[in-house]
Design a protein around this ligand. Structure first.
Ligand code: ADP
Ligand code: ASP
Ligand code: MG
Length: 427
């Protein structure tokens, strides 16, 4: 078999853990499998590197406690190139250390970084798209009997510059390599023993799922369940990669991400996710005529800002209110850009709110069952939680609430839909 194993940041957080990973790699190789390993940076390292770069642009006298500061003027393509070059070093370090640890334990291993491992991407620094994998070097190393340890999260563009795939991108590296190599399985080894009905760190009653469909995992990952980067799930679904999410700390089996099975549709809600990093923008008094909303979102698209939920209310006197959410990190750029949009004789009032979060419930059974939304709103109302925005898709309902209520809402929906107690509840 050809096995791909990805070790996340917490699994390589210390030298002791790196030795454990090395032992696990050797055990897999000794079972007779060809093994390609993908590693993340040691836990906390990517944040440290980003903070270091951001500190460079902190105005004199601004206290560190004010958090990372990136002056808009330095967010240039040149800066982003350097930032990728910088943050990619985190994975270079852990890949080299793991290869050395395997060698010291008696194995044969070689580490490869972006350029060497043939991960070809476009030039969108910080969110590069994978264009292809040139597997020649990897094949040669595997044929020579080595465990190939790849630095995750990174690739290289046509010029040979280092790019990164976005936060959590080592998952995507692993799945892309598994697809390119036709691997039999892609194991995502992390600090939880599988995918749970919700984040087990927040909701203690969360339950581990044995199997979950690609579609549901895609929705959960897209709505804040950071156990897998959303792009890794998209790739896995497209190329039929068998993904097994499990812990690196012991041998227990975890969660298999699989194509949809008929019985799955009878499960109303499979999981609940919390997304804290969104912010809300409201424009009050937008002229209610064709083309105006297009202008607003064209301004966001021009800055490559991803807009999530959108609500428009028809107001009075030919004016409307438009509310939408953007990633919190993009809020300042979004409001600055809206300030420059030409709305005609009277400009709308623009306000924003960072104190929000989004909770999403996901399940294939929603396709065929009515009443899920009603039940969700009832559960939230029972706790006095006000719903500010709502959006739905075929297998998902998302609500925006005040951030103060995020964890409570997550628990209430999770337990209210019977996820914690061993089975789905009827509507
Ligand atoms: P790694 O460093 O291995 O990539 P991450 O921190 O990116 O690990 O992802 C694992 C974390 O994801 C867990 O520690 C857990 O807190 C969080 N998480 C969020 N939602 C879920 C979920 N539904 N199931 C399991 N873990 C989840
Ligand atoms: N080290 C990167 C991050 O922290 C990539 C990853 O861990 O998957 O986002
Ligand atoms: Mg991760």
């Amino acid at each position: 078999m050809l096995v791909v194993q990805k070790y996340g940041g917490s699994s390589v957080a210390t030298l002791e853990r790196i030795h454990n990973c090395a032992a696990r790699c050797l055990a897999t190789a000794r079972e007779g499998h060809r093994l390609l390993v993908v590693v993340s940076a040691m836990s906390g390292e990517t944040n440290r590197l980003i903070a270091l770069a951001n500190s460079l642009s902190r105005p004199a006298g601004t206290p560190e406690s004010a958090g990372p500061y990136v002056a808009p003027s330095i967010r240039t393509p040149e800066h982003e190139r350097e930032l990728d070059q910088l943050v990619a070093t985190g994975e270079v370090v852990s890949a080299s250390l793991l290869a050395m640890a395997i060698q010291q334990a008696g194995g044969t291993a070689v580490s490869l970084v972006g350029r060497q491992l043939g991960m070809q991407t476009d030039r969108s620094f910080g969110r590069a798209k994978i264009l292809g994998v040139d597997r020649a070097r990897i094949d040669a190393e595997l044929d020579a009997g080595a465990i190939v340890v790849c630095a995750g999260f990174q690739g290289t563009d046509a010029k040979g510059d280092t790019t990164t795939l976005g936060r959590g991108g080592s998952d995507t590296s692993a799945v892309a390599l598994a697809a390119a190599l036709n691997a039999d399985v892609c194991e995502i080894l992390t600090d939880v023993d599988g995918v749970y009905t919700t984040d087990p760190r927040i909701v203690p009653t969360a339950r581990k799922l044995e199997r979950l469909s690609y579609e549901e995992m895609l929705e959960l990952a897209g709505q804040g369940a950071k156990v897998l980067q959303i792009r890794s799930v998209e790739l896995a679904m497209r190329y039929g990669v068998h993904v097994h999410v499990r812990t690196s700390f012991d041998d227990r089996p975890g969660t298999m991400i699989v194509p949809e099975e008929p019985a799955m549709e009878s499960i109303l809600v499979s999981g609940v996710a919390l997304e804290r990093n969104e912010a809300k923008v409201t424009l009050v008094g937008v002229p209610d005529v064709p083309g105006v909303v297009a202008k607003i979102f064209a301004a966001m698209a021009a800055l490559d800002i991803v807009v999530d939920m959108i609500i428009q209310n028809a107001g009075a006197d030919g004016r409307a209110d438009v509310t939408f959410t953007v990633p919190e990190a993009e809020l300042d750029r979004a409001t600055a850009a809206l300030g420059t949009v030409q709305f005609g004789e009277s400009a709308p009032t623009i306000t924003s709110d960072r104190a929000i979060c989004k909770i999403s419930i996901v399940g294939l059974g929603m396709r065929t069952h009515a009443g899920v939304a009603a039940k969700a709103f009832g559960l939230l109302a029972g706790e006095g939680i006000n719903v500010q925005m709502v959006s739905t898709s075929e297998i998902k309902i998302s609500v925006v609430v005040h951030e103060r209520y995020g964890e409570l809402a997550l628990r209430v929906l999770h337990d209210g839909f019977g996820l914690g107690s061993g089975g789905p509840a009827a509507v």
